[in-house]
Ligand binder design. Structure first.
Ligand code: F6R
Length: 365
């Protein structure tokens, strides 16, 4: 049932404040304002030397955000790879390490094969899955649910932000147990997470602006997405969503990579979507944006009021999101990026919920 929405994808985008809140409630003790993981882990987060993360597609991008979080807030090094590469890399792993597998369906063949490899190499296996009776959930030592509810649209939306919610809590728990975060730090981060559903609802109010913008984007042959730090995976996810459902060629890049190649693509015909909230990396990303502007690129800037002011009138369109802690930015900035893909596809008349050549669950490699 699509409710009042035209597509399952729209319904699922709009469900995010609610389902993310649900997922957060599963990992946070709301009365204490601290993380409380569901169940004891069969290992000590404080003893870990490194984490391996494996997933495919959108779930991989969630893992990439997780990497930034674990490294920054728990000082834990993370090796991350797409499962189709990881499974054949013959990665040497020290027994007793932690391997995390992220999957909506819990049936992705490459992710499952990577899990089995890590298991045979003596790793602790933790999965973050949406379908709790799935193979990946069953074969894990510990399986954390995402509680997004059934996701029908082939392009993943709410499962992604719920994966982020679970990973954020796990990273905070690790930071605390490893003595990187004090109780006060944890409270601040948890408070920032608790505010995410409200921030998401605010971000969804950008929809009319995005709908107008989509008309413009639908004429493009190529679209570039740029971001740094925690927002780099959001640039990747934005590009994946756009190509999946609108069939427009799109690439996500770390903003700093621009001058190492992709800048050659820029002309008046190429829209460049810049994900740049005003944070510690803002200045850097904006200077990349200016390089694009100088070559006539049409910039769409996703930022907050402070960022919009600093960026001036160079962007062709600025989408202003609420101000928020850097920690939670990817959870909220994911939404306008999903809406951009959605409305571009709707405008072009493609089959949004069942894009050509794609399956919801990839059970063969
Ligand atoms: C993108 C998308 C795919 C999946 C990928 C992994 O919108 O849906 O990239 O994220 O196939 O699937 P799961 O999460 O089921 O392992």
């Amino acid at each position: 049932d699509k409710g009042n929405h035209r597509h399952f994808m729209a319904k699922e985008i709009y469900e995010q404040p609610e389902v993310v809140s649900h997922t957060l409630a599963h990992y946070i003790d709301m009365s204490e304002g601290l993380v409380r993981l569901p169940g004891d882990l069969p290992f000590d987060l404080a003893d870990l030397k490194r984490i391996t993360i494996c997933a495919c597609g959108t779930a991989y991008y969630a893992g990439l955000v997780g990497k930034y979080w674990f490294e920054k807030y728990a000082r834990l090094p993370v090796d991350i790879d797409v499962a189709s590469e990881f499974r054949y890399r013959e990665v040497p792993l020290e027994p007793g390490g932690l391997a995390i597998f992220i999957s909506q369906s819990g049936e992705t063949a490459d992710t499952l094969a990577s899990l089995r490899y890590c298991s045979s190499e003596g790793q602790h296996i933790l999965s973050i899955v949406n379908v709790q009776e799935s193979s990946i959930a069953r074969e894990s030592e510990t399986s954390f649910p995402t509680l997004a509810g059934p996701e029908i649209g082939v392009a993943s939306t709410k499962a992604f932000t719920c994966q982020l919610a679970a990973l954020a809590c796990l990273a905070v728990a690790a930071g605390r147990q490893r003595g990187v975060l004090a109780e006060d730090d944890e409270r601040k981060l948890v408070q920032a997470l608790i505010e995410v559903p409200r921030l998401m609802s605010q971000a969804l109010k950008l929809e009319p602006r995005i709908e107008a913008l989509a008309k413009e984007l639908s004429r493009a042959r190529d679209v570039l997405y740029l971001g740094r730090g925690l927002n780099f995976p959001i640039a990747l996810e934005g590009a994946l969503k756009l190509k999946e459902i609108s069939y427009i060629h799109a690439e996500g890049y770390a903003a700093g990579e621009l001058k190492h190649g992709p800048i050659a693509l820029i002309d008046e015909e190429v829209p460049v979507i810049v994900v740049a909230p005003s944070d510690t990396l803002f200045e850097k990303t904006i200077s990349n944006m200016q390089e694009v502007a100088a070559r006539g690129g049409r910039i769409v800037l996703l930022t907050d009021a402070e960022g919009a002011q600093a960026a001036g009138d160079q962007p062709f369109e600025t989408l202003v999101l609420p101000q928020m802690y850097q920690f939670v930015q990817p959870l909220v900035y994911a939404l306008p990026v999903q809406l951009i893909a959605y409305h571009t596809a709707v405008f072009m008349g493609t089959d949004v919920d069942q894009p050509r050549n794609l399956a919801k669950s990839v059970t063969v490699e």
